[in-house]
Write a protein that binds this ligand. Structure first.
Ligand code: UN1
Length: 510
């Protein structure tokens, strides 16, 4: 039972659905139409407190199970995600607005992550390490950290919760999760899956709500690690707070101001295709979406013509329709941010090439009048390292074309000149240029002759610089949710030390 009689969805705490402590509710809104998809209880600090107590109480019993037994619960969820692929894809599309192939890919990415985490339970864990002393056996072993707080974003409302939670649970931790307030229905369905899988009570808890609920997780001393994926603004605050607490760990993955370098050796078809995919898929709302195209002067004009003509015509429309390329953005604050940055780009000297920022009268059917719709905004601008429009993340279909002359070093310098470093791509037929980007491009995820989106879950996903440490993502979560023990066993009755250190105990009688 996940809903009280009034139809308002509840919190999942200590193995039960509950109204929780507060009386406030909030709505999930379909970004395409502006219609309500349901009402949800808004979690309070007291709700988080109860959820953390439940997670804390459940930890000893859960960690005592074998990896393989813990993974069994996750296999049930893996099958359910697969069986409900179509249905959940539609739920995602309806709630966060991305077009249907993306909604379905989000579900696939979720089950891939669950498969990886549960499959990993049968793989070797830790290392056997050689010792200088023949009689010593040395190992590196991992232990769960305890209660892990997970705070996830709306743009991958099913996949990213599983990035955070699948490995975390299999490694023996318990979880308190706050889903994004824009996508509570996806949160609800995931919590129902955990309930059906029958995890012991308190191992998994979900509290719907806003920043105050998230903050209550971050500030609580029972939480040993906080996994956060979302905006740089919030992530840096979390990292600062948690980093100041000894023994606690914050693993934060934030956005990027991702760039694609198109060199004089680029294949034009690959360049145009990769750039369009990277800028406009998910309506520019991936943390790996590209907002900067750094194009060599030799093919700048041709690239510009072809890119602009496609940006003028990519299909904006019903996200449930398979023919649609771009759905709406998630909410009005995203529309406003996008508009603000479009104005800034013009103020900073940008020459507008495509302005579909506000879809035209009649471009969308009337049923979408109440939605949050934008389209491609493309400009060219003379490179200047100080320009804010080339430094700050917009999280929308806002794209700068920057022309460069000179060699690959010049392009990489422009590419690296942002405070972020998440994803990037190079389009070139010259392996030396590709390898220069591989070695000197400041990114956590690099691509050659491909869009800079679409990483698979078994790759480490994360960035450098302001983009975060990457640990709350996919494979790397294991680093964030376990503590390592270097354990050394002596097989001899003699004590012999490494580094030539004397083990003799000398006394004043010697
Ligand atoms: C995000 O943009 O927040 O690499 C995550 C990708 C996806 C994940 C994106 N697998 O594009």
């Amino acid at each position: 039972m996940s809903q009280q009689s009034t139809g308002v969805s509840q919190q999942y705490i200590a193995g039960e659905w509950t109204d929780g402590d507060g009386s406030e509710t909030f709505e999930s809104i379909n970004p395409a139409t502006g219609e309500s998809l349901g009402e949800f209880r808004q979690g309070t600090e007291e709700d988080i407190d109860r959820a953390l107590s439940a997670a804390d109480d459940a930890f000893e019993e859960w960690r005592a199970l074998s990896y393989i037994d813990r993974a069994e619960y996750l296999w049930d969820i893996y099958h359910e995600l697969k069986d409900r692929h179509e249905e959940l894809g539609r739920v995602i599309t309806e709630e966060c607005g991305k077009e249907i192939s993306e909604g379905k890919a989000d579900v696939a990415e979720a089950w891939h992550m669950v498969e990886w985490a549960a499959g990993n339970a049968r793989h070797p864990h830790g290392d056997v390490v050689p010792s200088e002393i023949p009689a010593k056996d040395a190992y590196m072993r991992r232990k769960p950290r305890g209660v892990v707080g997970c705070i996830t974003p709306w743009n991958f409302p099913v996949a990213i919760p599983f990035w955070h939670m699948a490995v975390t649970l299999v490694e023996g931790n318990t979880v308190v999760w706050k889903p994004a307030e824009q996508t509570p229905r996806c949160g609800q369905i995931i919590a129902e899956m955990f309930e059906e899988a029958g995890l012991p009570e308190g191992v998994f808890n979900m509290v719907q709500g806003f920043g105050d609920a998230g903050n209550a997780i971050v500030e609580d001393e029972r939480v040993s690690a906080v996994l956060f994926t979302g905006s740089a603004e919030v992530g840096h605050k979390i990292a600062g707070k948690v980093g100041a607490e000894p023994g606690k760990l914050a693993a934060c993955e934030m956005g990027g101001k991702n760039g694609i370098i198109i060199t004089e050796q680029a294949d034009m078809d690959t360049a145009v295709h990769s750039a369009i995919m990277s800028s406009f898929k998910t309506t520019g709302q991936r943390c790996v979406s590209s907002e900067r195209l750094i194009v060599h002067t030799d093919l700048y004009d041709e690239f510009k013509e072809r890119y602009v003509s496609l940006a003028e015509s990519v299909k904006i429309g019903d996200p449930m329709d398979e023919e649609t390329f771009m759905g709406p953005v998630v909410d009005e604050s995203q529309v406003e941010k996008f508009q603000k940055y479009n104005e800034l780009a013009e103020k900073e000297g940008g020459e507008v090439l495509v302005d579909r920022a506000e879809p035209e009268e009649g471009e969308l059917p009337a049923e979408f009048d109440g939605g949050h719709w934008v389209g491609p905004f493309v400009y060219e601008i003379e490179y200047d390292p100080e320009l804010r429009c080339l430094q700050e993340e917009v999280f929308g279909p806002h794209v700068a074309l920057v022309e460069y002359d000179g060699d690959i070093k010049e392009a990489i310098e422009i590419h690296n000149n942002t405070p972020y470093g998440l994803a990037g791509a190079i389009i070139s037929e010259d392996y030396r240029q590709i390898n220069a980007f591989r070695d000197y491009g400041e990114v956590g995820l690099g691509y050659a002759n491909l869009p800079c989106i679409g990483a698979e879950v078994h790759l480490p996903f994360g960035g450098v610089k302001k983009s975060g440490n990457g640990y709350p993502s996919a494979r790397e979560v294991i680093e964030a949710v376990t503590e390592r023990t270097a354990f050394t066993l002596n097989n001899s009755r003699e004590i012999e030390m490494a580094q030539g250190l004397s083990a003799d105990i000398t006394t004043s009688d010697d």
